[in-house]
Design a protein around this ligand. Sequence first.
Ligand code: PLP
Length: 377
Amino acid sequence: MIDYYAVPSPCYVIDEARLRKNLTVIKNVADRAGVEIILAFKGFATWGVFPVVKEYVSGAAASSVSEARLCFEEIGAFAHTYSPVYPERDFNSILEYSSHITFNSLDQYRRLFPLVKKYGRKISAGLRINPEFSEISHGLYNPCSPGSRLGIIADDLPELPAGVEGLHFHVLFEADSFALEKVLKVVEEKFGRFFPLLKWINMGGGHLMTKEGYDTSHLISHLSDFRKRTGLHVILEPGSAFAWETGELVATVEDIVVNNGISTAITDVSFTAHMPDCLEMPYKPKILGATDALEGKPTYRIGGNSCLSGDVMGDWSFDKQLLRGDRLVFLDMIHYTMVKTTTFNGVHHPSIGIWTMDNQFRLIREFGYEDYRDRLS
Ligand SMILES: Cc1ncc(COP(=O)(O)O)c(C=O)c1O
């Protein structure tokens, strides 16, 4: 159990025990299904805990030069790289750090594949396909919405260009294995004729295999059937599943202001800067020990410390009145949250720490004025 008062505020604190639990599930799926599961850095890239991650997985999916380099330097492996576009000026560095490069369009493939081919080390090239089938209802996260810029649709791929060894699709979001089963059926119908010509297929992310209730046995049997039937090397690159429910954002109530009968507890963190998905998605996070607003209970609007008027996320009720200095613990604030933070307003960026297996807090990183200053000029 994390002692949140033993953690400095504000701070993202990763629970090593919960992280290891997720990593064990992921490794077990990979081993039993005979597939490769790599970490999508876009969802979680807190490299201070990679020594733990590397005990279970040996690769990562990158979407930029910086992510590919982080994979090379901090995981010690070449990256599986996919980006919606590769600017030509970046491409030499993409080659330097990647083992697999997936192209989003045929034009990018035609222009850049010659560089892959003549590179001094073998790099496997792939294409991102768009099966035009996704169950994601939230537009911001749906790569298959009509007119999407992501991936090549079947009508535009009458034949496989020479040199392509793999196909990549990403159409799931916090999904179960039954959603994957439906997607695979469509992918096979539309692109299955290319399978005998390929070496690998990358099924992207969105496989939330560490969520309570996820049927990993179904995933394992479906993946292993697919692998045996097609002979393809199967790669999955989830992000969220790695860090799902592995840690919290610890904050402190700094002030309580009252306006028109509404009490707002202003904290030392910001929704827009430190929990941006709460406003972007949007979703209301859980706070330890609090509920949605209930009549008759001490109720507060929780506010961030930036000047944005909308840096609030609704109302919560507590068992007792909040006081200045009280800790607020925002649950499940590791995946996507940590990679998306900003230094907006120059507000203090939360530290990063780990709650270790022997129940100690270890500070990994603190942030200061230089981090704010150096991003701006
Ligand atoms: C290409 C690709 N791969 C992997 C992922 C990781 O997805 P998730 O974190 O939902 O597992 C994403 C997420 O957007 C993605 O776009």
